[in-house]
Ligand binder design. Structure first.
Ligand SMILES: [Fe+2]
Ligand SMILES: [Fe+2]
Length: 285
């Protein structure tokens, strides 16, 4: 039995959260329209954030880190991992059998067309593979969603902040101060982020990718920081510098959807070479 609440899954697909974020940051929106983030959230998305904010406690995050970060779940090659992720059935998108791979390919192909470095194209292809957590039985609220530090005060820049009223960490005074359990400017590496697909895929791939890619994978859902400038008091100088890469990554994640659907058979040789250049035949997940 889990100590946390397991409710019915509110999203038809975990990608509904990605679509909501893309709508929230649609190009050309004014700052005031950004603030009205609820206008873009359907009831499923709202319920998803209610569950996420109520259940992502420091204790929960520490338990998930201990469970997954030793990376002893399974061994997979990158293609195998992509195929495995694709077995996550997407109810909301019946007309493609590549629904999960498609977003990854659209992200990486947009980078490739812009002439971005090969490691970055590979980071694009890789960035959402942590969603295999869903296939391990994790609830949606522990896989996707905007991420935020736990063990310290929640920023008002996190969407739906009112839902933190139901989070048990609300009652731990030490976790409710600005710095909480952390030191000023301690660096994000020391900060425990709400549990999800970012941290997991960063850990799986970090030995094989250059440092800017670490930041891209590890913090791509950390919208309060990379979009709104929150949590600078926990970041060090190096984090601030490296977040330039997170910002470079984000538009490809948000805005590459809806473009031409890459034909897997056409692009596969390129990606087979790219994967072989950086990754071993099998990675420990
Ligand atoms: Fe993601
Ligand atoms: Fe993504």
């Amino acid at each position: 039995m889990h100590a946390y609440e397991v409710a019915t899954e509110p999203l038809k697909s975990v990608d509904d959260w990605d679509d909501y974020v893309a709508a929230r940051y649609k190009k050309g929106k004014s700052e005031e329209e950004f603030r009205n983030y609820k206008a873009d959230a359907n009831p499923g998305v709202t319920e998803f954030y209610r569950q996420n904010h109520a259940n992502q406690t420091l204790d929960f995050v520490l338990a998930k880190e201990a469970e997954y970060l030793p990376l002893r779940r399974r061994k997979m090659g990158m293609w195998e991992a992509l195929d495995y992720l694709n077995t996550l059935v997407d109810d909301s998108d019946p007309d493609t059998d590549l629904s999960q791979i498609e977003h990854l390919l659209q992200t990486s192909e947009a980078m490739r067309q812009d002439g971005q470095p090969r490691w970055m194209v590979l980071a694009g292809l890789t960035h959402d593979l942590g969603k295999v957590l869903c296939l391990y039985g994790e609830p949606q609220w522990a896989v996707v969603g905007d991420t935020f530090p736990v063990g310290c005060a929640w920023s008002s820049e996190i969407v739906f902040p009112e839902f933190f009223a139901a989070n048990p960490d609300r009652n731990v005074p030490e976790y409710q101060t600005l710095y909480g359990i952390y030191e000023p400017s301690c660096g994000l590496d020391k900060v425990h982020m709400s549990w999800g697909h970012d941290e997991y895929i960063y850990r799986v791939t970090k030995d094989y990718l250059p440092e800017p890619a670490h930041y891209m994978l590890r913090y791509h859902s950390f919208y309060p920081a990379h979009r709104h400038g929150a949590y600078r008091h926990l970041m060090n100088q190096h984090d601030v510098k490296m977040f330039e890469w997170v910002n470079k990554f984000n538009p490809y994640d948000l805005y590459s959807k809806g473009g031409a659907r890459p034909k897997l058979s056409e692009v596969k040789p390129y990606y087979e070479d790219l994967i072989a250049e950086f990754y071993p035949a099998e990675l420990q997940f």
